[in-house]
Design a protein around this ligand. Structure first.
Ligand code: NAP
Ligand code: MG
Length: 500
């Protein structure tokens, strides 16, 4: 592995890291945690400390909620016209594009992902999301309703609906796409006129805090965007807070359920993007080479740390051996290394905890009787690297088939076309995404309808777009992000009826 010293940090990144413990953004001010405590964030390629970050807890969450409430109830945010919100959000997108290299390096450092992917996918897409929702700010419309009012047959009415912001929104995001998951929530929330408290993941707080500087530079009024770095207890305090109107969460299904419980107190609105164990279905008539490449990407992209990862690979029996061998070969060729190396394709997992979890699943799969066509163990001696692993000889009940591993591991299962594949593909508590590979257009559409998942990608994988709604069936979540549906999730409808 190449030494990290070979990939020097850009001056602004060095400056950001050197600038002492990072603070919380509350009411437009950068402040220490009330306790004065900080915690370290690490480089997963080396385990080295990158910098200290303020350790926000319930008291800080409460301060941030009060700042967000003031900003929501008083000017200047509430008085701003939609086209002013549009301009502010567009400016955030532009600054992100201008500073893409800096954000990309910082994300690669904090998360471990390849700097090439961090810049081209995470940062570039986040900028696109801010511009997309900037455009929506001026297009939030109610409707006029032609009411009948049967109990007032002789009267006339003028009735219409207003779409208003929900209020103070808590946004809780995970570590796998730290900046991007924050942008999916921040942009529609702000386009609709809400105020927010963002809680980044403890493993990856840095790009969220740098984004706080961008919001200030863009000219957002104080208190509209508040950022509280911390641990699960800060997320729990936000979810339970009586003055928070909505929680938008991305993370594990386990924590998603805790948020639902915590939200009961004031019945705040909740949207959830949770885990997955997505099927990727390869029919024998697929374009073989394209399906191999796409299927490797399906479970290996971002080191398998994707909620949509296509980790159950269903392959038609007549091509099963040839196809799984080809996938294993392609996976064994990827370049493993630190995220800061621009040629790295597979970086380290995010943390010791995640490394232990993934290697635990490798051991469990082998103990259950699965066979690794490639991989099956850690890579190298240091850092949280795991070899890309393709398991065959698996049974549906194995933990590596049922549970979300969140690492570079796929389980391959053969199917017989005469029996159909939908029942096996739907045998999961999750329903986030699915891939289908075939040249038969009818079969593709038929199978897409049979799969219980929020997104179905045909002859591609990870076919996301900012304009396409994304979210889960079953235990993969509640509600949708992105697209017009993503905006709806941050508005509430008021009906107004006037007797003329
Ligand atoms: P997680 O615990 O669900 O964390 C997601 C976010 O929720 C983090 O900001 C976390 O803070 C916060 N949080 C933790 N406990 C909370 C609580 N009781 N109330 C409110 N917020 C809380 O996920 P993780 O521990 O980072 O990863 C565990 C597993 O979740 C992974 O192995 C993976 O299977 C899955 N995961 C899924 C996604 C996805 O996109 N669907 C993303 C990440 C992880 P802290 O960072 O301080 O814990
Ligand atoms: Mg956690």
């Amino acid at each position: 592995m190449t030494a990290i010293a070979d990939f020097p940090l850009a001056a602004p990144v060095q400056g950001f890291l050197a600038g002492g413990p990072k603070k919380l953004l509350i009411g437009g001010e950068w402040v220490d945690a009330a306790s004065g405590r900080t915690f370290a964030t690490h480089d997963p390629a080396t385990g080295n400390v990158l910098t200290e970050v303020a350790h926000g807890q319930a008291e800080d969450v409460d301060r941030a909620v009060r700042a967000a409430r003031r900003a929501f109830d008083e000017g200047p945010w509430v008085a701003m016209k939609p086209n002013e919100r549009e301009r502010l959000l567009w400016r955030v997108g532009d600054i992100l594009s201008e500073r893409a290299a800096e954000f990309g390096q910082l994300e690669a450092l904090d998360n471990g992902k390849s700097v090439a992917i961090a810049s081209a996918v995470d940062v570039a897409w986040a900028a696109d999301v801010f511009r997309y929702y900037a455009g929506w700010a001026t297009k939030i419309e109610g409707s006029t309703v032609n009411v009948s009012m049967p109990f007032a047959p002789d009267a006339q009415f003028h009735a219409y609906t207003l779409r208003e912001p929900v209020g103070v929104c808590g946004l809780i995001v995970p570590w796998n796409f730290p900046l991007l998951m924050a942008s999916w929530k921040l942009a529609p929330a702000l386009a609709a006129g809400n105020t927010v408290i963002l809680k980044p993941a403890e493993q990856t707080p840095l790009t969220a805090l740098l984004l706080g500087e961008v919001f200030q530079e863009a000219g957002f009024p104080p208190g509209v965007v508040n950022i509280v770095s911390g641990f699960g207890d800060a997320g729990a305090a936000l979810s339970a807070h009586e003055d928070v109107d909505k929680i938008a969460f991305t993370g594990s299904t386990e924590v998603g359920k805790k948020i639902v419980d915590a939200a009961k107190g004031n019945l705040k609105k909740v949207t959830l993007e949770l885990g997955g164990k997505s099927p990727n279905i390869v029919f024998a008539d697929a374009d073989f080479d394209a399906a191999v490449e796409g299927s490797v990407n399906a479970w290996l992209f971002n080191h398998g740390q994707c909620c949509v990862a296509g980790t159950r690979m269903f392959v038609e029996d007549s091509i099963f051996d040839e196809f799984t061998q080809a996938v294993a070969h392609a996976a064994s060729q990827v370049k493993i290394g630190p995220g800061l190396d621009p040629t790295t394709q597979l970086g380290p997992l995010v943390s010791q905890e995640q490394f232990d979890k993934v290697t635990g699943y490798l051991a469990a799969g082998l103990a259950d009787g699965a066979r690794a066509l490639t991989g099956g163990k850690r890579w190298g001696e240091t850092g949280y690297f795991v070899e890309p692993t393709v398991f065959v000889d698996v049974k549906p009940e194995f933990s590596i088939v049922q549970e979300e591993i969140f690492g570079p591991v796929v389980a391959a299962l053969p199917f017989n076309a005469a029996d159909g594949v939908a029942a096996a593909a739907n045998d999961s508590i999750y329903g986030l995404a699915a891939g289908i590979w075939t040249k038969d257009i009818s079969k593709a559409h038929r199978t897409a309808r049979q799969i219980k998942a929020g997104s179905v990608w045909i002859n591609q994988y990870n076919g996301f777009d900012t304009a396409m709604p994304f979210g889960g069936y079953k235990q993969s979540g509640w509600g949708r992000e992105l697209g017009a549906a993503g905006l709806d999730a941050y508005t509430i409808t008021k009906s107004v009826n006037i007797a003329l």
